[in-house]
Design a protein around this ligand. Structure first.
Ligand SMILES: [Zn+2]
Length: 229
């Protein structure tokens, strides 16, 4: 599977997904809904990464990759879901590092006073994008440290009883396939799991362990398995 055969194109309005659509959901931001009956095992859509990181902890790599994104694609990352707590931590821990990255990139020739109108808002924007990336990126399951942000896949909400799986194909393309785990009737919201594999989410982890993992995304899961009776 090459990137060229991926049916997804940007922007969202031109997405060639005929079995599902992205809609606003009360309390969840956006979500993906089936627009037709989907059968178990059926491919719902494929998505290709907007940005792939070799190591998500490397802020130099993120800064460089973010700046090299085509301008028309930047909004798809910038509008991704953000977790308030994670964002506050990233602002505290990463802002200075991104300032150093920018200074090094400019070979220490930057004049803070002369550039501050441009520089400081730009660093704020990059820290925010970095936090969104971390909040939404999926890890490649190929023994590498790579993680990738998928503009459409990242809009799917979590459930501990997910209706779809999301195997990621091999590099360098890392195309993700969203595949129905069971029959999904038209109109139903489609869910995936964020807390590890489908089998660990559905059979191994208990409610408390799942909630602990999910707290990284800044929400308390209220799916059918987690919601109090
Ligand atoms: Zn849950």
């Amino acid at each position: 599977m090459s990137a060229a055969s991926n049916p997804i194109t940007y922007p969202y309005e031109e997405l060639n997904i005929d079995k599902a659509e992205i809609r606003a959901v009360e309390g969840m931001g956006l979500g993906l809904f089936a627009t037709q009956d989907i059968s178990a095992g059926e491919l719902i859509f494929r998505d290709s990464p907007l940005l792939i990181m070799d190591d998500v902890r490397d802020i130099n790599e993120f800064g460089d990759r973010y700046l090299s994104l085509p301008k028309n694609l930047v909004p798809y990352l910038d509008s991704g879901a953000i977790s308030g707590e994670r964002y506050e931590r990233d602002v505290d821990a990463k802002t200075l590092q991104f300032h150093y990255w920018w200074t090094r990139k400019n070979e220490f020739a930057v004049d803070i006073d002369a550039q501050s109108d441009y520089w400081f808002p730009m660093i704020d924007k990059i820290v925010r994008a970095y936090s969104i990336f971390r909040n939404n990126a999926a890890d490649a399951d190929d023994g590498t440290e790579k993680s990738a942000f998928y503009p459409t896949f990242s809009r799917i909400n979590h459930s501990c009883d997910p209706s779809a799986g999301w195997p990621i194909g091999p590099g360098p393309d890392y195309i993700v396939s969203i595949v129905a785990r069971r029959d999904i009737p038209a109109g139903e919201q489609i869910f995936v799991t964020y807390s590890g594999t489908v089998s660990s989410t559905t059979t191994i982890l208990n409610r408390e362990e799942r909630q602990d993992i999910l707290s990284d995304w800044g929400f308390i899961c209220s799916c059918t398995r987690c919601a109090p009776e």
